[in-house]
Design a protein. Structure first.
Length: 331
């Protein structure tokens, strides 16, 4: 007699556990993938944004840096691999009517680095005008290197930063939205270290733009990190100094200052270092660049009216900045 077929046959031995294991593996993979994506999102977007917002909230008005003002003069030897390759001078001066003063910042760098075994000549000049509140109004940067010349001209108001770049006979224009008045990093940096108490942990935050090195805009945070000994190229002796870090978004530059905030050493770019020297020494090496002040032309805002505003944080590729080009020599 034939047996009737079973309505619910028993599954082969071992079938159910394999199905459960596969389901667990798929579920675990999805969970891990989700966690990794959430971690990446938080690390790359949420945390930096929150940090930037918190930093901007405690930023001080640039005008604070002008209290008890004294003109700034920094003269430096530029070294690479321990060898002197040039000099640099930074000045920030109060100009105009004493009752409503303005400020002018100048950076001059003259170098003769070795590039692929050949000695080259490179000159950088940057000049900026700031109003009585130490707010950036206009600037001009010029780089001359062999057969290449780059000129960047900028104009800022409370709403936009206008940029005009010239290279190889071609002009490009950009319009960067600003969230309020900003200063210039190269003017703020030396003024800030004179304004804060030089002790580990002390910090100061100021809204800036940096068209010279990082090609970024944002809130510059200057922090005194720790005390440590250094030996500068010109002094030839070990000195006690304070390590100071200047952070703008993801860009960090390091300086070493004495107890009064005078810069003794500064990291430039790509292994190039600046060491404090005398005015006479720097001027002798920068004689052509120190002859006169570079004029700063005005930009016509009407020429930028049809340009769509660009990203607020980036002024361009850092490798296209004057000192960014210098940094590529050391790579």
């Amino acid at each position: 007699m034939n047996s009737l077929p079973q309505e619910n046959p028993v599954p082969p031995a071992g079938g159910a556990p394999k199905t459960r294991n596969l389901g667990w593996l798929i579920g675990t993979t999805i969970t891990v993938f989700w966690l990794v994506m959430m971690f990446t999102l938080v690390r790359q977007h949420v945390l930096p944004q929150r940090r930037a917002e918190a930093l901007a909230a405690r930023a001080v008005d640039p005008a604070r840096l002008t209290e008890h003002w004294e003109d700034i003069e920094e003269y430096m030897l530029v070294t690479f691999g321990g060898l002197r390759v040039g000099a640099a001078a930074t000045t920030v001066r109060r100009i105009g009517d004493p009752a409503a003063p303005e400020y002018r910042a100048d950076l001059r760098v003259g170098l003769e680095p070795l590039v692929m075994g050949l000695r080259q000549s490179l000159a950088i000049r940057a000049a900026a005008e700031l109003d009585r509140l130490f707010t950036l109004r206009r600037f001009r940067i010029r780089l001359d290197f062999t057969d290449m010349q780059i000129i960047v001209t900028g104009f800022a108001d409370d709403d936009y930063l206008l940029l005009e770049s010239e290279r190889d006979g071609r002009k490009t224009r950009r319009k960067i939205p600003l969230r309020g008045p900003v200063s210039l990093l190269e003017a703020v940096r030396p003024a800030a270290v004179r304004s804060i108490e030089i002790r580990p942990g002390a910090s100061l935050a100021v809204p800036v733009v940096d068209p010279v090195l990082s090609m970024q805009a944002g809130t510059l945070e200057i922090t005194v990190v720790r005390k440590e000994p250094i030996q500068t190229a010109d002094a030839g002796r070990v000195e006690e100094a304070y390590r100071v870090e200047a952070r703008l978004n993801d860009f960090v530059a390091t300086s070493w200052v004495d107890s009064s905030g005078t810069v003794l050493r500064r990291q430039l770019a790509g292994g190039f270092m600046l060491d404090r020297t005398t005015s006479a020494t720097a001027r002798s090496l920068l004689s052509d660049l120190m002859k006169d002040d570079m004029p700063i032309p005005s930009l016509n805002p009407a020429a930028f009216a049809a340009i769509t505003p660009d990203d607020a944080l980036s002024l361009g590729n850092p490798k296209d900045a004057p000192l960014g080009i210098l940094g590529s020599f050391g790579e």
